[in-house]
Design a protein around this ligand. Structure first.
Ligand code: ZN
Length: 118
């Protein structure tokens, strides 16, 4: 996949970000808590959601909210892109996030497996 940054507005703020998240994306607007300003992986995660927004012509906003299947698909893609930014293996950590923070009905093992698929 081409690694092109999509058109996005990135703001470092504590506002409008749900408590369980370090970053949050709405369409092409990326919000990241200032504490995570140097976390390149988190930025890549959120920009992946922006790519999903553009390539779906905005439909990802609706799909993400209405469909657990699509929400899982979008998050797995974003976490896999994020994992590629770190030298250590964070699949177990991110699988835990997938299991607990997105209202998805998946197990830790299923989440790890999805994140580690090539
Ligand atoms: Zn995400």
């Amino acid at each position: 996949m081409l690694n092109i940054k999509p058109p996005a507005l990135v703001l470092y703020t504590e506002r409008m970000i749900p408590a369980r998240f370090a970053g949050f994306t709405i369409g092409a607007l990326v919000l990241i808590r200032p504490f995570y300003r140097d976390d390149a992986g988190l930025l890549v995660h959120e920009l992946t959601h922006v790519k999903q927004f553009w390539r779906s012509l905005g439909l990802s906003l609706l799909l993400y909210q209405l469909s657990k299947t699509w929400r899982l698909r979008f998050e797995v893609e974003a976490y896999r892109a994020q994992m590629a930014c770190y030298p250590d293996d964070r699949s177990v950590l991110f699988a835990g996030f997938l299991v607990t923070r997105y209202g998805l009905k998946i197990t830790q093992d299923e989440a790890v497996q999805m994140l580690e698929q090539k």
